[in-house]
Design a protein around this ligand. Structure first.
Ligand SMILES: CCCCCCCCCC(=O)SCCNC(=O)CCNC(=O)[C@H](O)C(C)(C)COP(=O)(O)OP(=O)(O)OC[C@H]1O[C@@H](n2cnc3c(N)ncnc32)[C@H](O)[C@@H]1OP(=O)(O)O
Length: 177
């Protein structure tokens, strides 16, 4: 279902259909939304965002990062930004890149340690990030200072770093959401 939605997002973004197809598509989507409505559940019971075995934890908003290596010190994976993530002129939208970093760095920050949340993500856009290319995503745990965990991340196209990031993750105190 989530993969089908991702495909739809990419196709719809790249489409210039005639008006009758737009109308038909809208009607089909409204029917699908109505079919799911009776199955609305509390957050803890939903599938999306809870499937760590799926790219982006099954969240169609997040770029589909495929994790290849994952331990307490590093994460390595790959991602292809579909047409859905296009900003303009073949480049990925600047807001989509932090989504990928938060996903891998957040996952790493929360592996083998008490829960932490992102306090900041500093992203450097070094080069255009191309839509449709398979990119390497890396994250590594740099250091811990009290409740603060500092992580580094990079998005690499071939040998070229297209974006890198520093993230601060702060350990949650009891009672913090
Ligand atoms: C397997 C699971 C996979 C999960 C992957 C997904 C993970 C995704 C993670 C997220 O995206 S979480 C969503 C986005 N983040 C948030 O919504 C967090 C919102 N902010 C907060 O909840 C609080 O600001 C936060 C818990 C991060 C910190 O607030 P606190 O009141 O607990 O901490 P405090 O302000 O006392 O700061 C603690 C230390 O961090 C420092 N600090 C906090 N925010 C900072 C900041 N923005 N910049 C620099 N330093 C910062 C602060 O200066 C201080 O440093 P010192 O200990 O040295 O004095």
């Amino acid at each position: 279902m989530i993969e089908a939605l991702r495909l739809l997002q990419a196709r719809m973004t790249g489409a210039g259909p005639p008006p009758e197809t737009v109308t038909e598509t809208a009607e089909t989507l409204e029917k699908l939304a109505a079919a799911l409505e009776p199955f609305t559940v509390p957050e803890a019971a939903q599938i999306v965002g809870h499937r760590t075995d799926l790219p982006g934890r099954g969240q169609a908003m997040a770029p589909p990062v495929h994790i290849e290596e994952w331990d307490e010190e590093h994460v390595l994976g790959h991602v292809t930004f579909s047409r859905f993530y296009l900003g303009g002129n073949g480049a990925v939208h600047g807001g989509a890149i932090p989504l990928a970093f938060d996903e891998v760095m957040g996952r790493l920050a929360n592996t083998g340690r008490p829960r932490a949340r992102t306090a900041y993500l500093h992203v450097n856009y070094r080069k255009i990030t191309p839509v449709g290319s398979r990119l390497r995503v890396e994250a590594r745990f740099e250091r811990e200072e009290g409740r603060k965990r500092i992580l580094a991340g990079a998005l690499v196209d071939g040998e070229t770093v297209v974006a890198d990031a520093e993230g601060l993750f702060v350990t949650l105190k009891p009672g913090q959401p």
